[in-house]
Design a protein around this ligand. Structure first.
Ligand SMILES: Cc1cc2nc3c(=O)[nH]c(=O)nc-3n(C[C@H](O)[C@H](O)[C@H](O)COP(=O)(O)OP(=O)(O)OC[C@H]3O[C@@H](n4cnc5c(N)ncnc54)[C@H](O)[C@@H]3O)c2cc1C
Length: 306
């Protein structure tokens, strides 16, 4: 909405992935297998059973989150599989249940006894560092509009969020937005002459499949071309396909009655567009943005503002 309102959006290419979400196709949000399981001795294995992390980093399974997520992504792409495995079979059962009771129970409910079977895991989108550009008081570039939480880009996370900083940020900036806005609230004239939505000339959406299919396509495009590891070619492909989805969604928006599903489709296409555009502008690899055509970090520190 802010982008459509000509406000500033920045650094949307910095999307954090959690390396080990439980692989459950179609289930959202994903169930996370905490990284502490690897800290306690869990080992990542590919479909051939190989403990592949030693090929990527001397710290093996204890390498930082981004390196592990990229390694898993690479293993999945190489083998054409949709997940890898987290092997906990060698771990002490009592200790595992004591440290990770929820993971143990959840896996059991799915028929996975972690002492006998490996856990299927895949990376999952976890956090967006970029967003609506704000100053240190949550003020956006649109007058009297504040943003805080994950939708905002305060600059606090840089190019990569440290675990749990987001909740702290949301609290601090939420409070700051309150402090700053409460001082002004009585001085702002309230606009009451907003016309009702005019749906003349539009028809009931005849086929919901037009919306649901576009959303599925968007998810596929973003996962396949704009995920953990990017290339210039993949980004270009993604942008071409997003253009088509955008045109189709706009045509629907103009011709059919509004529905939450149609609004959401329009919004997620815009967000996808901003992520791809940001990723295309950034000709380097930094933090959460990794492009195999530009693997070095640039000496120039720049925010991509759209
Ligand atoms: C699996 C998982 C685990 C996480 N664990 C941690 C953690 O341990 N520590 C940590 O710091 N962070 C964690 N995060 C990140 C953290 O949860 C988020 O950053 C935080 O919840 C963001 O809060 P928010 O209020 O900004 O946004 P959200 O929680 O996303 O809330 C936005 C709300 O707006 C509503 N909404 C959206 N569009 C509209 C609309 N058009 N009209 C009206 N309402 C709308 C949504 O339904 C939603 O309720 C985790 C994230 C995930 C996915």
């Amino acid at each position: 909405m802010v982008y459509r309102g000509k406000g500033k959006i920045e650094n949307m290419e910095f999307i954090q992935f959690h390396p080990t979400a439980l692989f459950e196709p179609g289930i959202s949000p994903s169930f996370l297998i905490t990284e502490a399981v690897r800290g306690d001795g869990g080992i990542l294995r590919n479909k051939s059973g190989e403990a592949f992390m030693e090929r990527y980093d001397p710290r093996k399974d204890l390498a930082p989150r981004d390196i592990v997520a990229r390694a898993i992504d690479n293993e999945m792409k190489r083998s054409g599989t949709e997940h890898v495995y987290l092997d906990c079979r060698h771990m002490d059962k009592e200790k595992f249940i004591h440290h990770f009771p929820n993971i143990y129970e959840k896996c059991m409910r799915m028929g996975i006894d972690v002492m006998q079977h490996m856990i299927p895991v895949a990376p999952a989108a976890h956090y967006s560092c970029g967003g609506i550009k704000t100053d240190e008081w949550g003020r956006t570039s649109v007058q009297h509009l504040y943003a805080c939480g994950e939708c905002a880009s305060t600059g606090l996370h840089g190019a990569n969020r440290l675990a749990s900083n987001s909740l702290l940020e949301a609290m601090v900036f939420g409070h700051r937005c309150f402090i700053d806005s409460i001082e002004q609230i009585n001085t702002i004239p309230f606009e009451e002459r907003i016309p009702d939505w005019n749906a003349t000339g539009t028809s009931e959406p005849g086929e919901m499949i037009l919306i649901t299919q576009s959303k599925k396509e968007l998810q596929q495009i973003m996962s396949d071309y704009v995920g953990i590891v990017r290339t210039d070619t993949r980004l270009e492909r993604a942008m071409k396909r997003l253009d088509l989805l955008h045109d189709e969604a706009e045509a629907l928006y103009r011709s059919t009655k509004l529905s939450p599903q149609l609004c959401e489709l329009r919004n997620v296409i815009s967000v996808g567009y901003l992520i791809v555009k940001g990723a295309q502008f950034r000709k380097e690899s930094r933090g959460l943005h990794f492009n195999t055509d530009h693997t070095k970090k640039s000496a120039l520190l720049q925010n991509i503002i759209l």
